[in-house]
Design a protein around this ligand. Structure first.
Ligand code: GLV
Ligand code: GLV
Length: 326
């Protein structure tokens, strides 16, 4: 008999086919998250689960899941996991690092350039039929990307992939991390470590690339926004909650910074309606990793983590090795 697993939300058919060779699948094939009570009910009796960022896995979700051995998130971030609760329950947790680095770095650049050069506002204006009013010296004067200073807060794999792309624009790249990178990695990104104040003060484009944890909650708030140049743009493709959205809305409305490109928000999938009233912000619905190839690679990565876990092998992307006895 095949072990039973839950797939909590719609994924690609190839992934289901791959998993079906090993498991009996309870598939919630819908593009909506399971409500917490239903998630808990459907985890009961399962040996494993493929989960998404919209699934909160905590004590309540795990209360009846006595046979559960592994939860495999289709995401590199896992702030939807209460990792301590998962470990207490003796369940392995995995994520999907690596496979989405380049696609996410590309998304950062798409938002950076769109914000700097006011592409989305210009598109809206053009569609609205205003072209006759065009002036040489007007609203469309953007921030040059070439030769500007790129500041990166959080220099993990994705931050480094963002930095490498800056070479083609002859940008100066500065970054802040708790620890500077090893010299060889710094050279590969052509990036210089600076303290956080210098990063905020000097960046023309400030890119946030930190994983979320309570320690970085609102690490960019009113005080940090006040340190930025009025011509600067803030790009967040990392996580909601790193930025204080209310403080950012105020700064954008009062033009204390020039613009922002945002893929992530506090309280997703709800969007603070005040963002929609602003012309100097580009908004996307958490699509950082969203190319077909990368989303497929992420789902396959999660599937392979689950297959390994339920066959007594150490999953390649195990987040809580202490629960793995072998
Ligand atoms: C996306 O946000 C991820 O964490 O993979
Ligand atoms: C993200 O997880 C990174 O390593 O940058």
């Amino acid at each position: 008999m095949k072990p039973k697993i839950l797939v909590s939300r719609e994924v690609f058919p190839e992934v289901i086919e791959h998993l079906a060779a090993y498991f009996e699948i309870d598939y919630h094939a819908e593009d909506a998250a399971l409500q917490p009570a239903e998630l808990a009910a459907r985890l009961a009796g399962k040996a494993g689960a493929i989960t998404m960022l919209s699934d909160r896995i905590d004590d309540d979700a795990l209360a009846g899941a006595h046979s559960l051995k592994a939860v495999c998130n289709v995401a590199v971030g896992y702030n939807n996991f209460d990792l301590a609760a998962i470990s207490r329950a003796g369940v392995m947790a995995t994520n999907t690092p690596g496979v989405l680095d380049d696609t996410t770095a590309d998304t950062v650049w798409a938002l950076l350039m769109a914000s700097g050069r006011r592409i989305v506002a210009a598109d809206r204006w053009l569609r609205a039929g205003y072209w006759q009013r065009w002036k040489f010296n007007d609203d469309w004067l953007g921030q040059d990307v070439h030769h500007a200073t790129l500041g990166i807060l959080g220099m993990g794999r994705i931050g480094q992939a963002v930095a490498r792309r800056a070479a083609g624009f002859a940008m100066k790249v500065i970054y802040h991390n708790r620890q500077p990178l090893p010299a060889e990695q710094e050279r590969a990104c052509n990036a210089t470590w600076v303290d956080k104040d210098a990063l905020l003060r000097d960046a023309d484009f400030l890119v946030l690339m930190l994983p979320y944890s309570p320690a970085v909650h609102h690490i960019v708030g009113a005080a940090e926004l006040a340190q930025m140049k009025p011509s600067a743009h803030l790009i967040n493709v990392a996580r909601g909650g790193i930025v204080d959205d209310g403080a950012l809305i105020d700064a954008l409305r009062e033009k204390r910074i020039a613009g922002a490109g945002l893929d992530v928000f506090e309280n997703e999938p709800a969007l603070d309606a005040r963002f929609c009233e602003l012309d100097n912000v580009v908004l996307t619905p958490h699509i950082g990793s969203s190319s077909r190839a990368t989303r497929l690679a992420m789902a396959m990565c999660a599937a392979d983590n689950l297959i390994a876990a339920l066959h007594g092998r150490r999953p390649p992307n195990l987040l809580n090795p202490e629960v793995f006895g072998g």
